[in-house]
Design a binder for this molecule. Sequence first.
Ligand SMILES: Cc1ncc(COP(=O)(O)O)c(C=O)c1O
Length: 462
Amino acid sequence: MLDDILGYVEHIRERPVWQPIPDDVRSRFRAPIPTRPTDLADVHAEFLRDILPYSTGNSHPGFMGWVHGGGNLAGMLAEMLAAGLNANLGGRDHMPIEVERQVGRWACELFGFPETATGLFVTGTSMANFIGVLVARTAALGTGVRRDGVAASGRRLTAYTSAGAHGCIAQAMELAGLGASALRVVPTNRQHEIDIDALREAVITDRSLGFTPFLVVGTAGTVDIGGIDDLMALAALAREEKVWLHVDGAFGALAMLARDLAPRLAGIEQADSLAFDFHKWAQVPYDAGFILVRDGALHRSTFASAAAYLRREGRGLAGGSPWPCDFGPDLSRGFRALKTWFTLKVYGTEQLGAVISRTCALARYLRARVEATPALELLAPVPLNIVCFRYRCPDADRVNARIVADLHESGIVAPSTTMVGSRLAIRAAIVNHRTEPRDLDALIEATVALGEAATRALAHAG
Ligand SMILES: Cc1ncc(COP(=O)(O)O)c(C=O)c1O
């Protein structure tokens, strides 16, 4: 099994990035629950035949869709060790939790957070943002909100983020019982950064109308184009207005590892909480999201609760309090920290930072190729590693959506789409450490060829 998966990773370039699941393969997965044992080798053969060839493909150098990390071998092997240990990191006194605490301390060091800050592995930034909103809610309403609910406070809390923010911020407001309409969406400038003056005005207006502004969510690396809000200005505004500053740094926060990009994140060290993913730019295998909270005591008071069956002791296995389950909603938790710890140790932050810088250099290369190709049009600035462009033609939204589906089915490259303003864009997010200039050349050439074919086909169809 190990040889097969190592061979898969070694030769991944020779495979299609992605291929559709054949009907017979999909239908084999409608079989009833197995009541009798099957030989491990047979199950593995089934995995090789039916599962491995039809996965997302984000380890492939031609994968540029959404924001998916490429994974790495040290992390993969660590995941096997973690599964062997089968540790539960909800709590208790054992070394795997010390590994998670160490990664948390490294994150504090990296982002300039104090030693009293607390951190927690979670599935991804969607969950980390949700935790950030909940801690901010405690800061605004006190821990009584846990018992009495939001309505009992009689206050109408409002939060603020930019039009470029990820949809999970609104979802976090929904889940926190505050409502998505209490999230004010502030316009952005041409660089897709939040308009600070408009933000200030929105806060002041809400206050005058009797609302209680409690949270500003800045973004370090917007999902559409990679814009970075002015975090210094956001921190100053949050201080003046006495509101919580949460930064969604899903992929962008780890630009901190790259010497040339780190200065662009100035101000991140002043955030009250920060969400980011090791599984994106740091190439840790899925999943490895993380939340850091400056005020560890407030973080703990948002989640910790006493239960007889989770009693803490001064010694023995029930020692080591506080436990990770005191800082988030999960009680049973896997050992995500190990693959992250292995990745950070085996490659080191300089090498990981160099990978991040390189993906941005590749994005600039792609931008230059788009600009030099008359059939293509650049649709947005390229501040980091994301390039939004499209094939120029009549009915461009429809044609470009079709080009992207054709690209996926060609198996050559896999970008995704997004809307830039009202225009559909082909969006290439270069995250994978295996991507090379030739993959971007292939993207350009295939896009132009498929664009010409799609335009011809649509003209033919009348
Ligand atoms: C800016 C931003 N926020 C949040 C998320 C959600 O992160 P996750 O998919 O890890 O939950 C993403 C995902 O790409 C993102 O780019």
